[in-house]
Design a protein around this ligand. Structure first.
Ligand code: UGA
Length: 452
């Protein structure tokens, strides 16, 4: 199929390369010339395991451009995958989605049918608004225009994006027309039937089942996206709330999570207690859902509480440090990990940022390490004094405490004894419950985890 994707961010680019790999004829539009320049030289503008391999493999078949007029008229299916950043009120700003829809409508051929797919995460009802925008442009152009608008929310996880794209749990399509549903079924056919040859480095998981394509109305599809992210966010906040109580009553939250996860109605996943969620999705989407609810005059206390618990986790870590060090002023603190989760250099809404700012505000001397997120952090935290180290062991020289914030694989294999030996006071706050308390203690650490 001839597909045009608008936006080469994390979702747009992943979708573009995967569809190209599935032999679709893909074009991608972006306004950011820096990104386009990188893509033209075959380089990925985002950090995502496997994406560079796919660009090396099929990138040359994708037309990357800033011009809608070059790639809209001929397309059969056009996907909008631009950002929906939060407004001050927390609501998602759909301006870029509407602008993209306007540009599309501007260059649609009046004699052709198009399927316009909204992939960006958008407030419920955006599909209707996009239809209005498209029709306004058509009436300015004095043409009839034939565009079916569909909602096809994305469930990719950063760090696992390609796995999620090739082997999704489900594909959700919200549409009012059979034509549009048919177009999306054709688009995703190789995935729905798993007829493609997997990339050698991403084999089909042996237990993987063919994914269903669920079709529904557009508003419900938009709601599914927010409800899914909010449910996962509150699952994590729930286990973090239990973790706090475990500390009071001397229970171990990792054991509790194991025990409740064995109930198949609950399941094991997303029950890792720790510093909670960050990133560009849960913080933004839970706020946006509350924004949608506020507009409807509806209260959502569970969603609001999930946010409260989440952001408290960051403060609790600093309280733990304060409790054990008495004062933070002048203390040397080493931070293990800056990214909001492993395998990404994304630091948006990362717990590390709040923790570092708090520590620096209280007069601590902060040294940080992350395998790939240090350049982004450097840019963002240029206004405060922190040290960056390339060698993780340097964090512990003369340090008063270490705080593990992101559970990078490399940290699992650290020589704890070596770290502890170099420290002034060997205190380890394990914000993701990565280490075994016994092992950390026998390596010489005063170990403090979350909920254990
Ligand atoms: C999330 C969803 O998982 C995707 O399905 C969705 O498509 C995406 O948002 C989006 O809306 O674009 P992502 O933000 O990449 O994906 O990250 P997750 O892997 O879901 O993790 C989010 C945060 O939760 C991380 O900070 C992680 O450290 C934290 N987390 C996760 C926990 O604290 N405990 C857990 O048990 C699991």
């Amino acid at each position: 199929m001839k597909v045009t994707i608008i936006g080469t961010g994390y979702v747009g680019l992943t979708t573009a390369v995967v569809l190209a790999y599935l032999n679709h004829d893909v074009a991608a539009v972006d306004k950011d010339n820096n990104k386009l320049n990188l893509l033209h030289t075959g380089e990925s503008p985002i950090h995502e395991p496997g994406i560079q391999d796919l660009i090396d493999n099929v990138g040359h078949t994708i037309r990357f451009t800033s011009r809608f007029d070059e790639v809209v008229p001929d397309a059969e299916l056009i996907m909008i995958a631009v950002g929906t950043p939060p407004k001050k009120s927390g609501e998602a700003d759909t301006r870029h989605v509407e602008d993209a829809a306007k540009e599309v409508a501007q260059f649609c051929d009046p004699d052709k049918h198009y399927t316009l797919v909204i992939k960006s995460t958008v407030p419920i009802g955006t599909n209707r608004r996009v239809a209005e925008v498209v029709n306004e442009v058509f009436s300015q152009r004095k043409i009839q225009g034939d565009v079916s608008i569909t909602s096809n929310p994305e469930f990719l996880q950063e760090g696992l994006a390609l796995q999620g794209a090739f082997y999704p749990d489900r594909i959700v399509v919200g549409a009012n027309s059979d034509n549009a549903i048919e177009a999306l079924r054709r688009l995703y056919k190789p995935i729905l039937e798993q007829t493609f040859d997997p990339p050698s480095w991403l084999p089909r998981p042996p237990s993987y089942h063919l994914p269903p394509m669920m079709t529904t109305d557009p508003n419900s599809a938009e709601m599914i996206k927010y409800a899914a992210n909010t449910f996962l966010a509150l699952k994590i906040s729930f286990i973090n709330e239990i973790a706090g109580l475990c500390e009071e009553v001397e229970a171990d939250v990792t054991e509790v999570a194991r025990g409740i996860g064995l109930d198949s109605r609950i399941g094991h996943r997303f029950l890792r207690a720790g510093l909670g969620w960050g990133g560009s999705c849960y913080p933004k989407d839970t706020a946006a859902l509350l924004g949608v609810a506020a507009q409807a005059g509806y209260e959502m206390p569970i969603t609001a509480a999930a946010r409260t618990v989440n952001f408290q986790q960051r403060k609790r870590i600093v309280e733990k440090l304060r409790a054990v060090l008495k004062t933070l002023h002048g203390k040397r603190i080493g931070i293990l990990g800056l990214a909001f989760k492993p395998n990404t250099d994304d630091i948006r809404e990362a717990p590390s940022l709040d923790i570092i700012r708090q520590l620096v505000a209280e007069g601590a001397k902060v040294t940080v390490h992350d395998p790939i997120a240090m350049p982004n952090t450097h840019k963002l935290l240029h206004d405060i004094q922190i040290n960056f180290v390339e060698d993780v062991y340097q964090l512990s020289y003369n340090a008063d405490a270490l705080v593990l914030v992101t559970e990078w694989e490399l940290y699992h294999r650290l020589e704890l004894r070596k770290l502890a030996k170099q420290m002034k006071t060997p205190i380890l706050i394990d914000g993701r419950n990565v280490f075994s308390p016994q092992e950390a203690r026998s390596a010489g650490f005063h170990y403090i985890g979350i909920g254990r």
